[in-house]
Design a protein around this ligand. Structure first.
Ligand SMILES: [Zn+2]
Length: 124
């Protein structure tokens, strides 16, 4: 006979699954369901096999390089706002003799139309 099992109707179990899946804390779920303790919610969730829920905390993207991890052979194309903590460098393997990967070298060295200011300077 287990007191914590009382009150777990199918409906409430389903609700628990949903809220748990949304990353709610056990105490929040207990409050919402009512009539159960935080411990009862945790116990039930474990018995339902819900303990391995995905963390609501967003993982930092592991892609890209920071100024500290950047090496000679990595693409140094800046990505994002330099003032933002998300700022990083492309970090893909750079083309031989170039500071950028193929993709960014194409962007950096695209055969742009001859720069007007250069021409003007030459003529004047
Ligand atoms: Zn790149």
């Amino acid at each position: 006979m287990e007191a914590t099992e009382t009150g777990w109707t199918d409906e409430r179990v389903e609700k628990l699954r949903q809220l748990w899946g949304q990353g709610m804390s056990a105490s929040e779920i207990a409050d919402l369901l009512g009539g159960v303790t935080r411990n009862a919610v945790i116990g039930k969730a474990h018995r339902l096999g819900l303990s391995g829920r995905p963390s609501p905390i967003k993982k930092k993207p592991s892609k890209g390089a920071t100024i500290l991890s950047l090496t000679e052979r990595m693409c140094k194309w800046p990505v994002g706002d330099p003032k933002s903590p998300d700022f990083h460098f492309c970090g893909k393997s750079a083309l031989p003799g170039l500071p950028y990967c193929a993709e960014h070298a194409a962007l950096a060295y695209q055969p742009a139309k001859k720069r007007d200011d250069e021409r003007k300077l030459g003529v004047a």
